[in-house]
Design a protein. Structure first.
Length: 353
């Protein structure tokens, strides 16, 4: 990736009182039995390698004997809060198989493997240091994408549900070439729509390892969906190209395939489809979305220089004066969504006014 596109490291921004109130209103802010800092007390760790012998940049941690039982019980309790009603009835049927720690990236999350001992099914959850940017990213994904996001926040800790799928970098390297022409066309279409969705809601840094491919068998074909799994770079950078996956070198292979398979008229059709879907979601979630954007407008999640750069680029692209008048990233996201909604309403003859 062009190093000039992004800052070397994005700072973590604290959660404002207004954002906490929003999270509480929508049942995201719930008391939890364990915090991120509690897990940092691990006594040691061993490196984890993938099936090819490559370092995954995750390590498997272990805790002192006198702390392990308490930590595992707290993690099981957290699992029931996230996935059920928080009751203790299910605790006897689950166990903590692993507590892994990621040594790569800004958030340095813990990955918890929770297994049901009755049927051997397992699921992952992630515990991270809370960051306002990430919370805005998760909420916007929940409200504006086809995907529901399950997460909880308490004080400085965030707990996220695992998003299942094939990591984008793995799929591109190991699966893409073996796909049929029909499947490649479907993947190209989905990438165009994913690219547009990220750009409009200003989700940045969608390099191939920050999203997954979700495959669903549907009669005689496979349905492909691309889902973001990393939301740290929500509305931070000033360069608008950061918010378009097509400009990130890790996606070059899929970008080249898309350009070879799709004509510009087809790509514009798919972009219009995604804008229309996004406008519909924004309208249907108007009250909650407006409340979230008000939090963003009163928050500090970027720098004055980046805000100035981004609003100038978007004004140059759209000629929409709302971008030029924007004072912060919340204003810019609001302007982008309003721009999409206005265009959708103006060109759709079937809307009842």
């Amino acid at each position: 990736m062009d190093k000039k596109l992004m800052s070397k490291k994005k700072p973590a921004y604290p959660i404002s009182t207004q954002l906490y109130d929003y999270l509480t209103t929508h049942s995201r802010n719930i008391k939890i039995p364990i915090f991120y800092d509690d897990l940092l007390r691990f006594q040691g760790a061993i490196e984890i390698y993938d099936k090819h012998g490559n370092d995954t940049l995750w390590v498997r941690t272990y805790f002192a004997e006198h702390e392990r039982e308490e930590i595992e019980n707290s993690l099981k309790k957290m699992y029931t809060i996230l996935h059920a009603d928080g009751s203790e009835e299910a605790l006897q049927h689950i166990t903590i198989d692993a507590i892994d720690f990621c040594t790569f990236g800004n958030t340095k999350p813990f990955r918890i493997k929770v297994r049901n001992i009755l049927n051997d099914n397992y699921i992952y959850l992630y515990i991270k240091k809370a960051d306002a940017s990430r919370i805005y990213g998760l909420e916007l994904e929940h409200l504006l994408s086809p995907n529901h996001i399950n997460f909880l926040v308490h004080q400085d800790t965030i707990i996220e549900e695992h998003i299942s799928g094939i990591p984008g970098d793995t799929f591109i390297e190991e699966n893409l070439e073996n796909c049929s022409e029909q499947d490649k066309m479907a993947i190209a279409k989905e990438f165009v729509k994913f690219n547009e969705r990220c750009f409009i809601r200003l989700l940045g840094d969608m390099r191939s390892y920050n999203y997954v491919f979700v495959l669903t068998h549907d009669f005689d074909r496979i349905d492909y969906r691309i889902r973001a799994i990393d939301f740290d770079q929500q509305s931070f950078e000033g360069n608008s190209k950061v918010y378009k996956p097509q400009f990130l070198k890790e996606n070059n292979k899929i970008v080249q395939m898309t350009l070879e398979l799709l004509q510009e008229t087809s790509m514009e059709q798919y972009r219009n489809e995604e804008r229309s879907l996004l406008a519909k979601r924004a309208s249907s979630e108007n009250e909650r979305l407006t409340s979230l954007l008000e939090c963003m407008k009163n928050d500090h999640i970027s720098t004055p220089e980046k805000i100035k750069e981004l609003k100038k680029e978007l004004f140059s692209l759209t000629k929409d004066v709302q971008f030029r008048r924007s004072k912060n990233m919340g204003d810019i996201v609001t302007s982008a969504l309003n721009f999409v909604k206005r265009n959708y309403e103006n060109i759709n003859p079937y809307i009842i006014r």
